[in-house]
Design a protein around this ligand. Structure first.
Ligand code: HEC
Ligand code: HEC
Ligand code: HEC
Ligand code: HEC
Length: 150
């Protein structure tokens, strides 16, 4: 003979709590006009080491280059473009220019700096112009890309 199953009574649901009374409005809780978010401010490092190429990293003396560019940030940091609008006036190039360009982006990471033969581009155009005036700015692959740049 099987014993009658023991029926455990279901625990009664807790009675719903009454809603918390709202605190009286204070100066702090008075709704304020929405303040527009301040643009993201990132401080540039004095030196940026750019990595990605198998030839080695490129050590960019950022602070010195700001002076070389006559304080014109836009020489390298172009203005926002519609395909991928900028979140800040200056951002890491790699945030938008990836190893292979993902549509609608067309300019891959390498092309953001120079063409495949490294004959022209953001860095080399100025280096060639400066060298024509007697400076010694690198134009050869291994003058920029160095294995020990980490
Ligand atoms: C010679 C080219 C060049 C010039 C001129 C230049 N920058 Fe840069 N800047 C770069 C490169 C390249 C990076 C590194 C981007 C990366 O890490 O991919 C960088 C990085 C930065 C970063 C860090 C971005 C981040 O989110 O990591 C800031 C901020 C910045 N620059 C501000 C400035 C300001 C402000 C000026 C002008 C006063 C300026 N830059 C001028 C090339 C330049
Ligand atoms: C917020 C996104 C964003 C960042 C950050 C960014 N770019 Fe661009 N870049 C674009 C877009 C969008 C285009 C236009 C579409 C394309 O060519 O892929 C472009 C195009 C370019 C081009 C092609 C020529 C031209 O002006 O149209 C170069 C070169 C370039 N970027 C270099 C750089 C360098 C160098 C940096 C970092 C110092 C940088 N970009 C940072 C979005 C960005
Ligand atoms: C506005 C002009 C200009 C631009 C743009 C520029 N450079 Fe230069 N760069 C120079 C000059 C000028 C020198 C040589 C300075 C000297 O020795 O008198 C130089 C030198 C260098 C050197 C040698 C070490 C040093 O800093 O003296 C490296 C590496 C270099 N640049 C990398 C870059 C890279 C990477 C970029 C692009 C992100 C770039 N440069 C963009 C002007 C420029
Ligand atoms: C004026 C400096 C400079 C010179 C000269 C230069 N490059 Fe670059 N190159 C860069 C910078 C900066 C980048 C972006 C950072 C990185 O990938 O190391 C880059 C990126 C690249 C990339 C892309 C890596 C990636 O992640 O997509 C390749 C490949 C490359 N360079 C090859 C070369 C070759 C080959 C030469 C010579 C024919 C050369 N570079 C000359 C500065 C230079």
């Amino acid at each position: 003979m099987t014993p009658a199953p023991v029926v455990v009574p279901e625990p009664k649901a807790e009675p719903a709590r009454p809603p918390e009374p709202k605190p009286a409005p204070t100066v702090e809780s008075t709704p304020q006009k929405p303040v527009p978010a301040a643009p993201k401010k990132v401080m540039p490092k004095d030196v940026a080491v750019l990595t990605g190429s198998l030839l080695g990293g490129v050590r960019l003396e950022h602070k010195q280059h700001v002076a070389r560019a006559g304080n014109k940030c836009e020489t390298c940091h172009h203005a926002s473009k519609p395909e991928k609008p900028a979140a800040a006036p200056q951002q890491a190039c790699s945030e938008c220019h990836t190893k292979a360009a993902v549509p609608p982006m067309k300019t891959k990471y390498q092309a953001a700096f120079h063409n495949p033969a490294a004959q022209s581009g953001t860095c080399i155009d100025c280096h060639k112009a400066e060298n024509a005036k007697g400076k010694k700015a690198p134009v050869k692959c291994t003058e920029c890309h160095k294995k020990d740049n980490t």
